[in-house]
Design a protein around this ligand. Structure first.
Ligand code: IPE
Ligand code: IPE
Ligand code: MG
Length: 232
């Protein structure tokens, strides 16, 4: 059986889920928070080492101030409800992206959750928060260039060395990326890291995603033949 260490999910479709029920978009986000908890626990129980969840993109600032404001409150909702349980389940919280522009209280809640769970070892629940892959790669290039300019290192880095400048440094490679809600694009998510990941697109909207949907995806992953450019 193909070992699966790192799963990444583009949690999409909250707005459409709400709309289909005659609710406002934020009600879809509210339901989505509960699903994050369920899927984090399910992933841990299935032995996944890292679950990276796309929570807010650098492009999501384009939404109405009401919606952005609501999305920024979700970490408070999530951790006030579930931090205790995540602690008990020995789950570590980490983040990629940037807290720049994120409201101070939200940033503080995220920092506290990361700090409190930093020694947990059962699974890493990694939130992509105010994350954009192009920004990540640009910042990595700038950090690398600055070290070259200062004479600290030579301008000869390999792919493996360059990866250490990305926000995912230290995490295992992404094996599988799932996107919900019948959209077939990456929306600036982990562009470097997904180079050889398996991609699965499901019709299910994120608020309807369950551990059964996760299991179907894991089963589909097992049916894939990962060749990494080789032949067999
Ligand atoms: C995903 O659901 C949540 C975020 C992007 C923050 P959407 O809000 O994008 O829902 P749709 O795609 O409009 O249905
Ligand atoms: C991607 O979903 C971002 C997150 C899930 C956080 P979007 O709904 O923002 O993506 P687009 O706009 O459909 O590409
Ligand atoms: Mg969307």
């Amino acid at each position: 059986m193909e070992k699966i260490r790192h799963v990444a999910i583009i949690m999409d479709g909250n707005g459409r889920w709400a709309k289909a029920r005659g609710k406002i978009r934020t009600e879809g986000h509210f339901k989505g928070v509960e699903v994050v908890r369920d899927i984090a626990i399910a992933a841990k129980e299935r032995g996944i080492e890292v679950l990276t969840l796309y929570a807010f993109s650098t492009e999501n600032w384009k939404r109405s101030s009401e919606e952005v404001g609501y999305l920024m409150k979700l970490p408070a909702l999530f951790f006030s409800r579930y931090l205790k349980e995540l602690m008990e389940k020995n789950i570590r919280i980490t983040m990629i992206g940037s807290l720049d522009g994120v409201p101070k209280d939200t940033a503080q809640i995220l920092r506290k959750a990361m700090e409190q769970t930093r020694n947990n070892t059962a699974m890493t629940l990694n939130f992509a928060m105010n994350y954009g892959s192009r920004r990540e790669i640009t910042e990595a290039a700038r950090a690398y260039a600055a070290e070259v300019a200062s004479g600290k290192i030579a301008n000869d880095c390999t792919e493996e060395q360059f990866e250490q400048y990305l926000m995912t440094a230290g995490l295992p490679p992404v094996d599988l990326c799932i996107r919900t809600s019948k959209e077939y694009r990456l929306s600036n998510f982990l562009l470097w890291q997904l180079a050889y990941a398996e991609l699965i697109f499901v019709d299910v909207l994120w608020p309807d995603f369950t551990s059964d949907t996760l299991d179907e995806c894991l089963l589909e992953f097992q049916r894939r033949d990962r060749r990494f450019g080789g032949a067999k």
